[in-house]
Design a protein around this ligand. Structure first.
Ligand code: FE2
Ligand code: FE2
Length: 280
């Protein structure tokens, strides 16, 4: 199994934001990018907090970008374990920080993260939040894998923070979505949407097209998905690929026999192992 690739930070042109990312290996598929973002609003906004399993690395990366005390808002697009990693660390370090989530999100956080309502600000699709020099405009994402999920646009740059929507599985690290070949981007986004939103194939065409029209109207110049390198000027392409995913059959993962075979193959010493540890 390939290793998780180290957590890195990078400025996102045109978005007034930094992306903190890693690439999580999925045997047989490739890597899932896991991004969180620091939006440089007058009241700084952390958008998601990385995966639980890499919590320490995401905290360290974030500390290189901002004094955690200065974080004012922690926008959790939803409370899945790949989005709530270092939320408690930031809450502890930033006494004025509030989590932005929905009522359902608060419920999920209460169940397993010990977050109390006084640290939470509830915001629903259709509502807005002023963060000093701009507004976060909350919308329902095109696809999602949890009912508490929201997305938003930044009123100053038009950037869409799309949560799990418009994610893509990649063959390796990439700085931006435009660095992927057209085929790799299509295959990665179609596979991700097919897996992450298995209900998509039940959505009829008029309903799907009405949903995509809302995003065309917004026309975000930058799409920042939690699971794709930053995408500039690619909205139409991404919408096309999600439309392709809608026509795919349900994705079914490896079964126990396949997992047993995979584990056995990993346990077999390869030529390099034998060189490093010769039998005597
Ligand atoms: Fe999710
Ligand atoms: Fe996710």
């Amino acid at each position: 199994m390939p290793d998780t690739i180290a957590v890195t930070t990078r400025r996102v042109p045109g978005a007034d934001a930094e992306v903190i990312s890693s690439f999580f290996p999925v045997p047989g598929l490739g890597f899932i990018p896991i991004n969180c973002f620091l939006l440089h609003a007058r009241e700084p906004v952390l958008v998601d907090t990385g995966p639980v399993v890499l919590r320490d690395q995401y905290v360290r990366a974030l500390e290189q970008l901002i004094d955690l005390e200065d974080v004012r808002w922690i926008y959790l697009t939803h409370a899945d374990p790949d989005h709530v990693g270092c939320v408690r660390d930031v809450l502890a370090a930033a006494p004025n920080a509030q989590i932005v989530t929905t009522f359902l999100g608060l419920g999920r956080l209460t169940l397993y993260h010990g977050v109390t309502p006084d640290r939470v600000y509830l915001l629903n699709p259709g509502q807005r939040l002023s963060v000093g020099d701009r507004e976060l405009r909350v919308i329902e994402p095109l696809t999602f894998d949890a009912p508490d999920t929201t997305a938003f646009t930044d009123s100053q740059t038009g950037t869409l923070f799309s949560s799990d929507s418009f994610g893509g599985i990649v063959a390796g690290p990439a700085e931006c979505a435009a660095d992927l070949s057209a085929t790799a981007l299509r295959d990665g986004v179609v596979t991700w949407a097919t897996i992450d939103a298995p209900w998509l194939r039940h959505v009829n065409r008029p309903t799907f097209e009405a949903a995509t029209a809302r995003f065309r109207e917004l026309d975000p110049p930058v799409v920042l998905s939690s699971h794709l390198p930053p995408a500039h000027g690619l909205l139409e392409v991404l919408l096309d690929h999600v439309a392709t995913a809608r026509a795919q059959p349900r994705w079914v993962g490896p079964d126990q026999a396949a997992l047993t075979a995979l584990l056995a193959s990993l346990a077999e010493p390869g030529p390099r192992d034998e060189e490093a540890h010769p039998q005597v």
